[in-house]
Design a protein around this ligand. Sequence first.
Ligand SMILES: Nc1ncnc2c1ncn2[C@@H]1O[C@H](COP(=O)(O)OP(=O)(O)OP(=O)(O)O)[C@@H](O)[C@H]1O
Length: 251
Amino acid sequence: MGILEVKGVNKRFGGLQALGNVNLSVRENTVHAIIGPNGAGKSTLLNCLVGKLIPDTGSVMFDGNSVLGRQPHEINQMGISRVFQTPEIFGDLTVMENMMIPIFAKRDGAFRMHAVGNMMSEKDIVEAAEKMLVDMNMADKRNMHTASMSRGDKRRLEIGMCLAQEPRLLLLDEPTAGMARADTNNTIDLLKQIKAERDITIAIIEHDMHVVFSLADRITVLAQGTPLVEDDPQNIKGNPKVREAYLGESA
Ligand SMILES: Nc1ncnc2c1ncn2[C@@H]1O[C@H](COP(=O)(O)OP(=O)(O)OP(=O)(O)O)[C@@H](O)[C@H]1O
């Protein structure tokens, strides 16, 4: 059984069936990619995993517990953390201050912005944030304001902020969208490092096949809201059904 088990999930938006009988099993400590053409239902599925959408029918179980009906912050506390398409970091704060926020939130259950002024007096939190910046290879950028950073560095920081919550499942929604090739390759290397060094399961939605085939242990192809194939990467590449679903997109 997988750490994440999706069974018979359906989701309609009015007359449109965005997800039709989706089954997905993500095994612990693997990288599982969910790919598919535009409009295939990938984001809808991800939103059902983190409590942003509730499926019409079906079940979503994380480590044996249902996530359905829970608020996004409760799902986060269960051990699921999500990296968004657009990095969710505070541009007015430094790299270090950003990194401290999820560590405060994990300890106190919430974070209040007025606490920013007192942050540096919290020794344990400073130490934990510094360690995570070292792990993310960002220690030299600790005093930079994030607004001036490259997209790749913003993504690196955001992934570190998610890891600081010590999730068991990290969900990545097109983590390299809009990136130049060098930033994409840095992000691939970072994710490989995270995979090698941590007990963590990663589910990734991604359009860039170079990223998918560099990282994935297992791939599910969604087409028109339904899983078309689930297989190991080497079997996905040449699969005629997958090529047909992409109709000219590079699969
Ligand atoms: N809130 C919504 N209301 C109505 N229709 C929606 C909503 N969200 C998604 N859809 C529709 O559901 C279908 C699946 O969309 P979804 O965004 O999940 O696809 P996707 O595979 O993530 O696509 P992309 O790769 O372009 O991001 C699409 O036809 C989309 O227009």
